[in-house]
Design a protein around this ligand. Structure first.
Ligand SMILES: Nc1nc2c(c(=O)[nH]1)N[C@H]1C(S)=C(S)[C@@H](COP(=O)(O)O)O[C@H]1N2
Ligand SMILES: [Mo]
Length: 505
């Protein structure tokens, strides 16, 4: 058969240049927000195996991971300047294109028989690839495999990228999503847990970069016009025409990056809208995947490092409220003073003390992994009552759509890093009703939740990234629309930054 360069292969090659370059730049933005890689899910400061920052890890008891990010230049990352939310939007938009493209490509390879171009048919190919490598090192041209356009080394390296590296990067990317990781809990464990998966995803990037570092010089070695002409026209009968068209295409890709970066820095909300249009249709399907991950007690963060008080190592992020009211609550042993109000669009509004919550929870707990959107993780055992059970008690009225949670914390007042008002969050009913959406009042069987982790009472939302697990909970309100609250985006970081309330990835 003709293993030349059919048109669909050429189109996909060009689209890949666009998608992969966007994935790499936005991926670096995401990495920069927590530029460390770990083997262990406890991400204990000082235990990372790789670091991409010169910043020191904070030693203060109350530090926010918000201060641990690195300001990468917009020339490198997309969009640069610690804009994690926008970097994520670009990553997910590019993922939508990249994965669709790869799936279509994979099907076409199978049905046309073109997969043969990537799959060696004999072990000799490996020995031959070694010979080819030596030939290149001597600046001579290896011969193509019989009946093929590639030599053995090309066949193996392209085959590796298309059939091994790409599925691996997609898989490890998918398992960055808390909804996916916590639903397909067995696969998460087999893959080595969240931080091993995150590190592997990064190593895939290294794999791509290594591939390009060899692929690009070889294009020049084989003859730039000659080779790029094949990428455009499928042959090199007319190398100047093909080569010039390809070069114009490359310049357009660079222009696209410059425009996308400037546009993002100038109008993040417009990028958010585009993201919602492209990504939400598929990401909202993840609401069908309730979290069901439960770790063993022995996995709790802190236990393995042998600390008596395990919670010492469950990272605290964000500063506890500093109002007299909150401080008094904590100082007095809040068991008696704290009351959680649950009201709004319900038949039976209620107030509950910690004792009431404890009784209703009837010993229920979940041992789960906290996925901070930036990347740190900790495992904790949370005792509490599910929001679903609370909703059954207060009985939402027909037409209730969302549950809104408000915190004692006022960000502008309590946290130097931030501006603005009350921390709040909201969940659509489907998320509120999930089995691991919990109102927690105890961490790691220690009787309470420490102030740094959101005591006396906090929300745990295991299908989503950490910022949505609101700490220092004051009130729960059922509503029939959330878009009229404050800036209307459903939460503090949604209103003040570029984070998504429908954030299941
Ligand atoms: N009220 C309030 N809740 C909050 C935050 C905050 O700053 N204020 N930070 C969020 C973020 S970004 C994370 S990662 C988790 C951190 O929970 P932890 O401190 O128990 O690790 O809480 C979330 N809930
Ligand atoms: Mo976070």
């Amino acid at each position: 058969m003709d293993l030349g360069f059919p048109w669909w292969l050429r189109v996909e090659h060009f689209l890949n240049i666009i998608f992969i370059s966007f994935l790499v730049r936005s991926g670096l933005e995401i990495l920069g927000t927590y530029p460390k890689l770990y083997r262990s899910q406890h991400t204990v400061p000082g235990t990372s195996w790789a670091k991409f920052t010169v910043q020191q890890e904070p030693k203060h008891k109350y530090y926010t991971v918000g201060g641990e990010d690195s300001d990468y230049s917009p020339r490198i990352s997309l969009p640069g300047h610690r804009l994690l939310g926008l970097g994520r939007y670009w990553h997910f938009m590019a993922v939508t294109g990249f994965v669709s493209c790869w799936v279509i490509y994979f099907v076409l390879l199978l049905v046309t028989g073109q997969w043969r171009r990537y799959v060696p048919t004999s072990w000799d190919t490996f020995a031959q690839a070694g010979q080819d490598m030596l030939a290149y090192l001597a600046f001579t041209m290896p011969h193509p495999v019989d009946g093929m356009v590639f030599n053995a080394l090309q066949q193996l390296s392209y085959g590796f990228v298309v059939l091994i590296l790409t599925p691996l990067v997609i898989l490890t990317g998918a398992f960055q999503s808390p909804a996916i990781a916590n639903h397909f809990s067995r696969i998460t464990r087999i893959l080595g847990g969240r931080q091993v998966i995150r590190s592997t995803h990064f190593l895939c990037l290294v794999g791509y970069v290594a591939f390009f570092a060899i692929h690009l010089p070889l294009v020049f070695l084989h003859g730039y016009l000659h080779e790029t002409s094949k990428m455009v026209l499928g042959h090199s009968d007319n190398p100047v025409v093909g080569g010039v068209i390809f070069t114009i295409g490359l310049v357009l890709v660079i222009v696209l990056h410059v425009v996308a970066t400037r546009w993002t820095l100038a109008d993040g909300r417009a990028v958010e809208k585009l993201h919602n249009l492209i990504v939400r249709p598929w990401s909202n399907l993840l609401y069908k995947l309730p979290a069901r991950m439960n770790y063993d007690r022995s996995n709790i963060t802190g236990k393995e490092v042998g600390l008596d008080n395990a919670t010492h190592n469950f990272r605290g992020s964000g500063r506890p409220p500093e109002t007299a009211e909150y401080l008094a609550l904590m100082a007095n042993g809040y068991e008696d003073d704290y009351v959680l109000e649950i009201g709004g669009y319900v038949e039976r509004p209620m107030t509950l003390t910690i004792a009431d919550l404890r009784e209703l929870a009837a010993g229920h707990s979940q041992t789960t992994l906290h996925h901070c959107v930036q990347g740190f993780t900790s495992i904790g055992r949370w005792r509490g009552i599910t929001v679903s059970d609370l909703l059954d008690l207060v009985k939402p009225l027909p037409g209730a759509t969302d549950v809104v949670y408000t915190s004692f914390q006022n960000m502008g007042r309590d946290d130097v890093l931030y501006e603005g008002g009350s921390y709040y969050e909201s969940t659509p009913m489907v998320e509120a009703r999930m089995p691991q959406t919990l109102i927690a009042f105890e961490l790691n069987d220690e009787g309470e939740i420490p102030a740094k982790n959101g005591g006396p009472v906090r929300l745990r939302l295991e299908t989503s990234t950490g910022f949505r697990s609101l700490k220092w909970l004051e009130r729960i309100e059922v509503v029939n629309r959330y878009d009229i609250i404050l800036k209307g985006r459903g939460g503090y970081f949604e209103d003040t930054d570029f984070f998504d309330r429908n954030q299941l990835i």
